[in-house]
Design a protein around this ligand. Structure first.
Ligand code: FAD
Ligand code: UDP
Length: 366
């Protein structure tokens, strides 16, 4: 079968790898001038590390199968994401754990923490939005310190106007465990993420700098199957309206110091600071040897046509609109398949993208 894959991100790369191994002729087109999509990294010789060009990417999964699969393409280091949050002059341990509760409330044991938290919680059996959810789950003090301002910046909406989903992925622990993820496996690929995608695409015909929509009828006519990993609304020329997305701007600086912030990720929780986080790339690679360091400030911004759709902004309205596009997409199945973060309009992490791509390839081997 001749298969066109639109998008050389992780989803497209896994499909290209699996389907060409199964004997299909795959052709990948990518509109950016490089492969990898949002997991693209490049080596920075001055800082002696890989730059996470489109934001910090930490691979994590609890699935043995997905971990083994990724380890076929890279060796992972032992990086564990332990985020710090600043608010005002203070620096806190994050996600919320016993050390955070010690810093905020002075409690020293799990029992003290449980009692102190219980005093703060606002009981609510059916929270109607993110703020109400947080008031019930962590109480107003922690919500104001860590969630309200950050979320307002990240999504451009007050948490009162948002569903709680995005925040539910953050752990809250009454132990000193400050690992950002609960997963069994975690790490950063030693040679960067681009090398993984390169290996996946080894032997596959790949063309970058090509926008599928510029000649979509020709592309659609020329292949037995199309796997489309771009935004689903763009595929249908936005005929039902534009889905909600959030975009980002990255500001990168090479500094004349060996270590700027002592950690890979520092979040800025106050609404008055315009960026949400600063990442210091060398900490991901666990290499502090070079005298210079590379940092990136991440500024969330409104999305408009032409910007990269970094985050699908899911809420009841955008989900209803997505449902209309999904119904349309089903009429094109199985010849056209929509996959990945933008094709499926899901807040997928990398392990979920790999799992979804493998599941698709297994279901449609021919
Ligand atoms: P993409 O990477 O978006 O790939 C889609 C590709 O299709 C893009 O390269 C795009 O240019 C191309 N394309 C789109 N339209 C067209 C067209 N018309 N013609 C040709 N090509 C087209 N996940 C984690 O597991 N851990 C993390 O720490 C993490 N951090 C993240 C931080 C940020 C700031 C962001 C934005 C995401 C993060 N993620 C993280 C999620 C991760 O980036 C995604 O799960 C993954 O990259 C999605 O892969 P994809 O192939 O579905 O999409
Ligand atoms: N969040 C927050 N404060 C933080 C970190 C996260 O309020 O310091 C909230 C915010 O709404 C964010 C969500 O939790 O969108 C999920 O955070 P995560 O770090 O998983 O987001 P991502 O890495 O996908 O941007």
């Amino acid at each position: 079968m001749r298969i066109l894959i639109v998008g050389a991100g992780l989803y497209g790369a896994v499909c290209a790898h699996e389907l060409s191994r199964a004997g299909h002729e795959c052709h990948v087109i990518e509109k950016r001038d490089h492969i990898g999509g949002n997991i693209y990294t490049r080596h920075d010789p001055d800082a002696g590390c890989h730059e996470h060009v489109y934001g910090a990417h930490i691979f994590h999964t609890s699935s043995q199968r997905i971990w083994d699969y990724m380890n076929r393409f890279a060796e992972f280091n032992h990086y564990v994401n332990r985020v710090k949050v600043t608010h005002g002059e203070a620096i806190y341990s994050f996600p919320i754990n016993l050390f955070t509760l010690y810093q905020v409330f002075g409690v020293r044991t799990p029992d003290e923490a449980r009692k102190r938290l219980a005093e703060d919680l606002v009981a609510n059996p059916s929270p109607a939005n993110m703020e109400e959810y947080c008031h019930a789950a962590i109480g107003p003090t922690l919500y104001k310190l860590f969630i309200e301002g950050y979320t307002q910046k990240q999504w451009g909406k007050h948490p009162r106007e948002m569903p709680a989903d995005a925040v539910k992925r953050l752990p809250v622990r009454l132990t000193f465990d400050d690992n950002y993820f609960n997963d069994r496996y975690q790490g950063i690929p030693v040679g960067g993420y681009t090398a993984i995608v390169e290996k996946m695409l080894d032997g596959v015909k790949v063309e970058t700098g090509i926008d599928f929509h510029a000649e979509r009828e020709t592309w659609l006519a020329g292949y037995d199957r199309i796997i489309y990993t771009g935004p689903i609304d763009a595929f249908f020329d936005y005929r039902h309206g534009v889905l909600e997305y959030r975009s980002l701007r990255f500001e990168k600086v090479l500094l004349d110091t060996a270590d700027f912030q002592g950690n890979a990720v520092v979040n800025y929780a106050e609404a008055s600071v315009p960026w949400t986080r600063i990442i210091e790339h060398k900490h991901f690679d666990l290499n502090l040897k070079e005298p210079k360091t590379l940092i990136t400030r991440e500024y969330p911004q409104a999305w408009s046509k032409g910007d990269i759709e970094y985050y699908p902004a899911r809420n009841p309205e955008s989900e209803a609109l997505f449902e209309r596009y999904r119904e349309e997409s089903e009429k094109l199945a199985p010849r056209v398949h929509f996959g990945g973060r933008l094709g499926e309009y899901r807040y997928y992490d990398m392990h979920q993208v790999v799992a979804a791509a493998l599941a698709f390839c297994e279901k449609h081997p021919s």
